[in-house]
Design a protein around this ligand. Structure first.
Ligand SMILES: Nc1ncnc2c1ncn2[C@@H]1O[C@H](COP(=O)(O)OP(=O)(O)OP(=O)(O)O)[C@@H](O)[C@H]1O
Ligand SMILES: [Mg+2]
Length: 254
């Protein structure tokens, strides 16, 4: 009895590693091979870019949303691990399971034809980020940072990771640099001077694509599910997002 349940446990565990998201199998994905997987194009997707930074909470998702909308002409489809495991569930996976889940998210979603796919990466330069860069052909990456010393240090790690894996760096977005007081109309550099970011761009020959101010509505817009470019298209911040999208689109030939 014990031997049978042990065998069952082993089989279930290996199946879970093979299909951690429990997606219906299409038969199109080979089993996990040894060594590095081959970099492939995502089916039915013309261009793929990654929005990244090694630091958390600097505005990757905010920029990804506001950039994607103009680039996709507002016809947006989304996919997220959160849809499958539940918004509040922690993803307590590592190694093989993360890589396999990514493989499923990258290659088993039926997009039905996309002009552009924007990958909003989690913070860090670990398994997830490396797996993405090693599993698919990326047309480029956009780095997000605030002017804060630690954020800039982490942005350098992100830049070096993309250089190492030969993914073109399309540019850098500086987020939450200036806050304009609605009462006295004075600008404050909340996270310190922009000089660090300008220096970083110069040292690494990266274009500074734009500067998004810190504004209460950016957060509120995102929370309501109506990114700034949709809710306040005439605002200074929406124009900054759209200008970034225009430059990225031109760089990848969209
Ligand atoms: N320019 C901005 N002005 C005001 N709030 C902002 C701005 N950019 C981002 N935020 C807010 O900061 C918080 C973090 O932003 P966001 O979730 O985009 O960061 P992230 O880099 O994707 O974080 P994570 O590393 O957790 O994925 C959010 O609440 C967002 O609304
Ligand atoms: Mg995010």
């Amino acid at each position: 009895m014990r031997a049978t349940s042990n065998r069952l446990f082993h089989t279930l565990r290996s199946l879970q590693h093979e299909n951690p998201l429990g997606l219906p199998r299409t038969g199109s994905i080979p089993r996990m091979q040894r060594g590095l997987p081959e970099r492939r194009k995502i089916k039915d997707v013309a261009k793929v870019i990654a929005v990244s930074s090694a630091k958390g909470g600097v505005g990757k998702s905010t920029v990804a949303d506001n950039q994607l909308l103009p680039l996709s002409n507002y016809g947006v489809k989304t996919m997220s691990m959160g849809y499958l495991v539940g918004e509040d569930a922690p993803v307590v996976w590592r190694g093989l399971m993360v890589m396999k889940a990514l493989q499923q998210l990258l290659h088993e979603v039926e997009w039905g034809g996309l002009d552009i796919l924007v990958l909003d990466l989690p913070p860090g330069t670990g398994d997830t980020q490396l797996s993405v860069t090693q599993q698919i052909i990326l047309d480029g990456s956009v780095i997000i940072t605030t002017p804060h010393t630690l954020a800039v240090k982490d942005a350098i790690k992100g830049i070096n990771m993309f250089k190492k894996v030969n993914v073109p760096l399309l540019g850098l977005v500086q987020n939450m640099s200036l806050f304009c007081c609605p009462h006295c109309h004075q600008d404050t550099a909340v996270f310190g001077s922009s000089e660090r970011v300008r220096g970083l761009c110069q040292d690494h020959s990266i274009d500074l694509l734009g500067d998004i101010p810190l504004h209460q509505n950016v957060g509120d817009d995102g929370q309501r599910g109506k990114p700034t470019v949709v809710s306040e298209p005439e605002s200074h911040r929406a124009r900054a997002f759209m200008d970034i999208a225009r430059q990225v689109g031109a760089k990848i030939g969209l």
